[in-house]
Design a protein around this ligand. Structure first.
Ligand code: NAD
Ligand code: TYD
Length: 358
């Protein structure tokens, strides 16, 4: 691993991963390809460690000529593919972009990697690696008594987002099986931590609470997710890149199963403790039940036995302290927050998904 192409490296997990790799892998060059959609921002990449080993390229993963040029000119031997449309609610209101980026974009990268690595360079498995970042949402929804998702659980995606990610996973699998492309794939649970765009639950609740706006709970708030601190996710991906077996999938989770309401209550009490003089404290008074998300998955849970036993990975961050660190990051990064809040696109989304919600 010398020259690594990270797609979507200006987004939430991608920018954390760029930071992680520059810090922990002093010999690598990072090429960061990101289209800078509403979800990506150069401000996520400020003050990087080892900045000279990072090159940012603004561009679309669906642009085959651009991807071909990058692979060849930078002699890319490793691709870590994060770029995606990533928000379930947006996929419900406008699925088309999810098909384009998540399916066509992944297909474009796979084709380009196949051509450059296998046909042009004739590299073998040890010389190149395509790592695809996916989600636990491809497995669908669990009943209360069902066992957690294992790598063998059948895919049953329920949202357009999950279906588009499932499609991309199948393409990755097929490119390994049919062409021998050296791939690995990870299916991860809900991430939280610094730089997460405030359309997702954790940062949305923090930012709304700071402004004294309603904290929207979809349905009864009893849905269950497994929450993983983003740095733990980055560590797991790096380990799979180094030691994961070619052609394999690994599930990654945080080993917890709170309800959404529990997450919201925890965030409120952290904010109460940090800001005792806030006119909005106790922040739980801002909680508002709103119309449920259509097709809302009830429960996700992850069986991590494979990555634990094969690679010795497990999450380091406990949920309570991880949420505290996350709240503190948003409190200490008021400029970052202000920049997003001032975006017309962000305000349009808040209007469309919350104010106009029937
Ligand atoms: P994000 O929405 O914060 O960032 C996505 C990034 O991709 C943005 O920087 C955006 O500009 C970029 N992008 C979008 N379309 C592009 C295109 N056509 N070409 C180039 N760049 C493009 O997403 P995230 O939360 O960081 O998620 C990253 C990956 O991890 C996604 O593949 C997602 O499915 C997966 N994932 C996310 C979570 C989570 O909880 N956030 C959990 C499991 C898996
Ligand atoms: P989200 O962060 O969008 O992640 P995902 O849908 O990929 O799991 O949502 C996490 C959970 O929180 C999910 O069950 C939906 C719920 N939720 C709310 O109750 N209110 C909100 O405003 C948002 C954004 C999510």
């Amino acid at each position: 691993m010398k020259n690594i192409l990270i797609t979507g490296g200006a987004g939430f997990i991608g920018s954390n991963f760029v930071r992680y790799m520059l810090k922990n892998e002093p010999a690598i060059q990072v090429i960061n390809l990101d289209a800078l959609t509403y979800a990506g921002s150069p401000t996520n990449l400020e003050a990087l460690p080892g900045e000279k080993r990072h090159t940012f390229i603004q561009g679309d993963i669906c642009d085959r000529a651009l991807v071909d040029d990058l692979l060849r000119q930078r002699e890319i031997d490793t691709i870590v593919h994060f770029a995606a449309e990533s928000h379930v609610d947006r996929s419900i209101l406008g699925p088309e972009q999810f098909i384009q980026t998540n399916i066509v974009g992944t297909f474009t990268l796979l084709e380009a990697a196949k051509f450059y690595w296998l046909h042009e360079r004739k590299w073998n498995d040890g010389q190149a690696r395509f790592h695809h970042i996916s989600t636990d949402e491809v497995y669908g929804s669990l009943a209360p008594d069902e066992p957690p998702f294992a790598e063998t659980t059948p895919y049953q995606p329920n949202s357009p987002y999950a279906a588009s990610k499932a499609s991309s996973d199948h393409l990755v699998r097929a490119y390994h099986h049919t062409y021998g492309l050296p791939t690995t794939l990870t299916n991860c649970s809900n991430n939280y931590g610094p730089y997460q765009f405030p359309e997702k639950l954790v940062p949305l609740i923090i930012l709304n609470a700071l402004e004294g706006k309603p904290l929207p709970v979809y349905g009864d708030g009893q849905q269950i997710r497994d929450w993983l601190y983003v740095e733990d996710h980055c560590e797991a991906i790096a380990l799979v890149l180094r030691q994961g077996r070619i052609g394999e999938e690994y599930n990654i989770g945080g080993d917890n199963q709170p309800t959404n309401l529990e997450i919201i209550h925890t965030l409120c009490s952290i904010l109460d403790a940090r800001l005792p003089a806030s006119p909005h404290a106790p922040h739980t008074q801002l909680i508002e039940y709103v119309t449920d998300r259509p097709g809302h998955d009830r429960r996700y849970a992850i069986n991590m036995a494979k990555i634990q036993t094969e690679l010795g990975w497990q999450p380091r961050q406990a949920l309570a302290s991880g949420l505290e660190k996350t709240v503190d990051w948003y409190l200490n990064n008021a400029d970052w927050v202000a920049k997003i809040r001032s975006q017309q696109q962000y305000n349009q989304w808040m209007q469309q998904n919350y104010v106009d919600r029937s």
